[in-house]
Design a protein around this ligand. Structure first.
Ligand SMILES: Cc1cc2nc3c(=O)[nH]c(=O)nc-3n(C[C@H](O)[C@H](O)[C@H](O)COP(=O)(O)OP(=O)(O)OC[C@H]3O[C@@H](n4cnc5c(N)ncnc54)[C@H](O)[C@@H]3O)c2cc1C
Length: 378
């Protein structure tokens, strides 16, 4: 797709910001306590000051009022530029539900916070409910004008630094499993909520949440009580596009770095990039990425044209393909960099670690294949 001049300039400005703030490992280490944090509040604040957080959120809630194409440009460039702001995408995902179903008050508070650099989390998964999300068990029982929440959530990204959690809870167990589910806003400082980090191969991002008699007012319901499944299903093409676009940016970064490396590194008296075995792999990666980019922005433009609800298949295709490309690009780049690809100093090992989770979260890629194949009547 052809971008407008304004869109090109926006992408270039975000790229320049990342180059200035996050280009070197020393800069990124300083922002993330030596690579142990996935998010830098300082970078989030600076991006907010530029007016770039929530670029697709309406101005009335603190955003820039642009579209999904601009949002994708932002996500692509910040991912390619290694900006430590992974929590922003979590908040942006939650924002889709607030935008559609939140009250004016909820939108002003939560979307306004997101655009100002605050973090928002979304807690769907449970120990017993991953791909089979409809089987969530955490209970929210009505008690006067409050819900009382008891149970556990797991894998909640960024909950430890978030202001609120958008919680999927069961408010009625009498019907089929996809009914009786409700979305509730839970402030992270509410009594009875314990947030415990899960150790993974990446800097801290994910958490177990334990709810013991957590009380939230009924005004915390987002949308209609009992209708959470329907609400969540509607925002999925955007959620998947968000993951796809960040993966696209990650794949581009792996290609940028390996390309620079193979041009410089010499063995047998010549740059390793002159060996056909290397050159052809670079050509393959670049081709895959170019195709992925065209598809991502086609979906984004169609969302901006109002086709969002008809794009479940395409959202899944984008998520599936871009996350696989990001993983393959990082692994291929590591191999082409030899031993140096394995060293932290050269950055590719971080690209590999980062590329392994997106095929799992936001609906595993096996589930995306299920959605795509079902859309063909299979
Ligand atoms: C880094 C990270 C961040 C996350 N962030 C969040 C978050 O912020 N909020 C949140 O709610 N959740 C989050 N998750 C959870 C994530 O969405 C789940 O891990 C994911 O949905 C898979 O669930 P599961 O881990 O229970 O795996 P399972 O559902 O147990 O799946 C295990 C394996 O079986 C396969 N499988 C399952 N069912 C089928 C089927 N019908 N057909 C074919 N294959 C199948 C899966 O594809 C997978 O390979 C995060 C996870 C990770 C790793």
């Amino acid at each position: 797709m052809r971008f407008t001049q304004e869109q090109e300039e926006f992408a270039a400005a975000v790229r320049a910001f990342c180059d200035r703030e996050c280009r070197t490992l020393a800069q990124r280490d300083a922002l993330t306590e030596g690579g142990t944090l996935a998010n830098s509040p300082e970078i989030l604040r600076k991006l907010a000051a530029h007016g770039w957080l929530g670029v697709s959120i309406p101005e009335v809630y603190g955003g820039a009022g642009a579209g999904m194409v601009e949002e994708c440009l932002f996500l692509e460039e910040t991912s390619r530029g290694l900006a430590p702001i992974t929590a922003y995408s979590t908040g942006l995902t939650a924002a889709q539900t607030y935008l559609r179903y939140g009250t004016e008050e909820q939108k002003k508070e939560i979307l306004g916070g997101l655009c100002a650099g605050e973090v928002e989390a979304i807690a769907l998964s449970e120990p017993g409910a991953g791909s089979d999300l409809g089987s969530v068990r955490i209970k929210a029982a009505l008690d006067g004008d409050h819900y009382v929440v008891n149970g556990q959530k797991t894998w909640t990204s960024a909950a430890h630094i978030a202001k609120h959690i958008l919680l999927l809870a069961r408010t009625d167990s009498s019907g089929p499993k996809h009914q009786g589910l409700t979305l509730l806003i839970v402030p992270t400082d509410v009594p009875g909520l314990e947030i415990r980090g899960i150790q993974t191969m990446e800097p801290r991002t994910v958490n177990d949440l334990f709810f013991t008699d957590v009380r939230v007012p009924v005004s915390s319901v987002v949308g209609e009580a009992g209708q959470a499944w329907k609400h969540l299903m509607r925002g999925l093409s955007v959620e998947r596009l968000i993951i796809a676009t960040m993966s696209l940016g990650a794949a581009e970064r792996s290609l940028d770095d390996v390309l620079a490396y193979v041009k410089e590194r010499e063995q047998f008296g010549r740059p390793i990039g002159s060996f056909q075995a290397i050159r052809h792999r670079i050509a393959d990666l670049a081709t895959e990425i170019a195709y992925a980019k065209a598809f991502v922005y086609d979906v984004a433009a169609r969302i901006d044209a109002g086709e969002e609800d008809q794009l479940a298949r395409e959202g899944s295709m984008a998520k599936l393909k871009c996350t696989e490309i990001a993983k393959n690009s990082a692994l291929e780049a590591m191999q082409m960099m030899g031993g140096y690809g394995y060293a932290r100093e050269y950055g590719m090992e971080g690209q590999v670690r980062k590329a392994l989770a997106p095929p799992i979260y936001g609906g595993t890629n096996e589930i995306q294949r299920e959605i795509i194949s079902k859309s063909f009547g299979l």
